[in-house]
Design a protein around this ligand. Structure first.
Ligand code: PGA
Length: 253
């Protein structure tokens, strides 16, 4: 991590479908804690869509950045209930997560849907956190690299500014389970993703690669020390300021 010096570490929190107006108090605690940790890393919180606008206002003078958890693949129009990338940006978010496994698996999103979302996000000026990851069955059949390669090849747009794309490697079996791959496995997979990004982009070395899946205060130090781990995407542990700040500390020096 931080070897080349080009990739600024990123700690991103995904609140998923959690959080009402009262949760802005937790966000404010996160924001002031992040300010105290210095400016050597970026910190993003992705609350539910309903809180983005209020969250963006409440942290406007702080370093923490607000993101969205998803956006539509469509630009605008008759898509009841969907939220476009332009709307996400307009509501005050600067990042958007796309391709999370809870949408790929749970909502049947394909890599070509994800590609369109990435393009919409970038076109709206958002930094896109593009999630990829293998299922337990795919890992068991030794197809992790093939799956990740296909997801990258099919969902990363060509010709975009690589600084607007961040990859999050999230093994599906590690999300919300308390199970984490061995450090050697994370190192191997991240190195593989780096090589693949260098095939896609001339500046593939500049693309951040986050690890996500059961990141906690007690395992982040060893994960953050792995080469090509440029930050983390945190679910459950991002809901509590204390845990999110403890995780962020690993990237603050
Ligand atoms: P988790 O979720 O940290 O609760 O495992 C990670 C994610 O889904 O991004």
């Amino acid at each position: 991590m931080r070897v080349s010096g080009v990739r600024r570490p990123l700690v991103a929190g995904n609140w998923k479908m959690n959080g009402l107006t009262g949760s802005l108090v937790e966000l404010e605690a996160i924001a002031s804690g992040i300010d105290e940790l210095g400016d050597k890393f970026d910190a993003v919180i992705c609350p539910p869509a309903t809180l983005i606008a209020a969250a963006a206002v409440s942290v406007r003078n702080a370093r923490v950045i607000i993101g969205a958890q998803d956006c539509s693949a469509e630009k605008q129009g008759a898509f009841t209930g969907d939220v476009s990338a332009a709307m996400v940006a307009d509501s005050g978010a600067r990042y958007v997560i796309v391709g999370h496994s809870e949408r790929r698996q749970g909502r049947g999103e394909t890599s070509s849907d994800v590609l369109r979302k990435v393009e919409r996000g970038v076109a709206s000026g958002l930094v896109v956190i593009l999630c990829i990851g293998e299922t337990e069955r795919e890992m068991g059949s030794d197809s992790t690299e093939a799956v990740l390669r296909q997801q990258l090849m099919e969902s990363v747009p060509r010709g975009v500014d690589p600084s607007l794309i961040t990859i999050a490697y999230e093994p599906v079996w590690a999300i919300g389970t308390g199970c984490v791959p061995t450090l050697a496995r994370i190192a191997d997979v991240h190195a593989f993703i780096r090589r693949t990004l260098c095939e896609i982009f001339e500046d593939g070395e500049d693309v951040r690669i986050l690890y996500g899946g059961s990141v906690k205060p007690d395992n982040v130090a060893e994960i953050s020390a792995i080469e090509h781990v440029d930050g983390v995407l945190v679910g459950g542990a991002s809901l509590k300021a204390r845990d999110f700040l403890a995780i962020s500390t690993a990237f603050s020096t």
